[in-house]
Design a protein around this ligand. Structure first.
Ligand SMILES: CC(C)(COP(=O)(O)OP(=O)(O)OC[C@H]1O[C@@H](n2cnc3c(N)ncnc32)[C@H](O)[C@@H]1OP(=O)(O)O)[C@@H](O)C(=O)NCCC(=O)NCCS
Length: 167
């Protein structure tokens, strides 16, 4: 079994980012607030810009990308101590090898200076993601009812957060 490597995705990795992001949206549509349809038509430039403005990590097995996670810092004047974990995904046939945990570890360890806490949301019935985040020290602080709307249906989301340095 080969080893998993975590690398920061820079603009030059926009093709890999597009590949894994679109796969995530297509393969796990219930897990994300965005949709495949809304992102597939975007030019590669849009993916480059997202990498330039956000901290995104890819998980690699050899040369192939198998997973990703992103961190977006809040922009409000009183909110810059917070950042939001988004886009967490590992290819179905590569799961339970530690890639997800390694991606969250990278986000925690490489969070920009001044970021003190990380928030995230998980659809309430996503047991795998809830277990992963709990194991990495994230605590549940609430549930947002009807957080996502698809057609006439809704999903609730569990809200989680982790302080980077224990108080
Ligand atoms: C959630 C996800 C990213 C986990 O990725 P992964 O690479 O399988 O995670 P890891 O192998 O690092 O697992 C780390 C730990 O998380 C927990 N965990 C992960 N998947 C689990 C599952 N299906 N059931 C129970 N616990 C699970 C376990 O504690 C696991 O450690 P262990 O394998 O030693 O028991 C992956 O399942 C995924 O991409 N799901 C679809 C997209 C998604 O839901 N994204 C999250 C949106 S918020």
């Amino acid at each position: 079994v080969s080893a998993i490597a975590i690398r920061r995705l820079l603009e030059s990795a926009a093709e890999d980012f597009r590949t894994i992001r679109l796969e995530a949206l297509r393969a796990a549509p219930d897990a994300f607030g965005s949709t495949y349809e809304s992102e597939v038509a975007r030019p590669i430039k849009a993916f480059e810009e997202r990498l330039a403005n956000s901290l995104v990590f890819g998980a690699y097995d050899g040369e192939g990308i198998i997973g990703m996670a992103g961190l977006a810092r809040n922009t409000g004047a009183k909110e810059q101590h917070k950042a939001f974990l988004w886009g967490m995904y590992v290819r179905a046939d590569e799961r339970r090898r530690g890639a997800g945990a390694a991606l969250v570890d990278a986000i925690i360890n490489e969070a920009p200076d001044g970021v003190e806490q990380i928030t995230l949301t998980v659809v309430t019935d996503n047991g795998a993601a809830l277990a992963l985040y709990a194991r990495l020290g994230f605590a549940i602080y609430g549930v947002e009812p009807k957080a996502l709307k698809v057609g006439d249906g809704y999903s609730d989301e569990t809200l989680m957060m982790r302080f980077l340095r224990p108080e």
